[in-house]
Design a protein around this ligand. Structure first.
Ligand code: ZN
Length: 263
């Protein structure tokens, strides 16, 4: 039978070390959970109805994520956020830095922390690419942030011109979109995949925006032919919907089905 021992300095150190590790792990959990939230301002159904003015600033959105897509008040172009830099692609095709004071009627942002990486070695169409990535999803009932960086044989993007109140529906506004065709370009697709059951809150399936590696062109992605690249997938642990507090959102009838276009 062993005699009773007093705690040796080595053992005491181990106990303290374990306590410190536990504190670090559990103490840090709320912060890391906070980072795995997809924040969305307003709903796609509200945007479809022409609710093109929001109250959330890009300073606020930038505090909630470093990756995302959306638009600007008045539907003034397409927004893409990549590596914590926010860009505005206007209907003249120019890419500008977003000022923190600018506001969004609809946007999605998340800290991008991918857990799945997919090597894309063979040329694929957008349809093939989307199907290939969907096979890597752990399940169809979550929201995924998707980033694809690579070389593209072609990319077809669009942007929309700023609208003036009284605003038209989104489908009407999109009729005046400008389409740009890029050839042999390197760049990044930034987007999200939403499950069918969130239809109306967002658009089910994929929604991508694109920016070229030289940051000189981009927009809402309509089509592409990928030569090769890498896709990274990040499943959101939580979804936080920020309701607009304007009268137009409060009184809008968001129940009926609206046309399928989105910016
Ligand atoms: Zn879009």
């Amino acid at each position: 039978m062993k005699s009773k021992k007093q705690a040796k300095p080595g053992r005491l150190f181990r106990v303290l070390f374990c306590a410190a590790v536990a504190l670090l792990v559990f103490g840090a959990a709320p912060a890391s959970r906070h980072r795995d939230v997809l924040y969305q301002y307003s709903t796609i159904s509200a945007l479809k109805l022409g609710i093109f003015d929001g109250k959330v600033s890009y300073a606020k959105l930038a505090s909630l994520g470093d990756f995302g897509i959306g638009t600007f008040n008045g539907l003034d172009g397409e927004m893409i956020a990549l590596d914590h830099r926010f860009y505005q692609i206007t209907s003249d095709g120019k890419v500008r830095n977003v000022s923190p004071k600018m506001k969004a009627p609809f946007a999605m942002v998340k800290y991008f922390e991918p857990s799945i990486s997919v090597d894309l070695k063979d040329p694929v169409s957008l349809e093939q690419l989307e199907a290939q990535l969907e096979q890597k999803f752990p399940g169809p009932n979550l929201i995924y942030a998707v980033k694809i960086t690579g070389r593209f044989q072609s990319v077809k993007v669009r942007s929309v011109p700023a609208q003036r109140p009284p605003y038209p529906t989104l489908a009407e506004a999109v009729k005046r979109q400008t389409v740009f065709e890029l050839k042999d370009v390197e760049g990044t697709m930034v987007g999200f995949w939403f499950p069918q059951y969130l239809n109306g809150v967002n658009q089910p399936g994929y929604h991508f925006h694109f920016i070229s590696a030289d940051h000189l062109s981009g927009g809402h992605l309509l089509d592409c032919q990928l030569e090769s690249g890498v896709a990274r997938l990040d499943q959101a642990e939580q979804f936080n919907l920020i309701f607009p507090d304007g009268e137009s959102f409060l009184k809008a009838d968001l129940s009926p089905k609206a046309p399928e276009e989105h910016p």
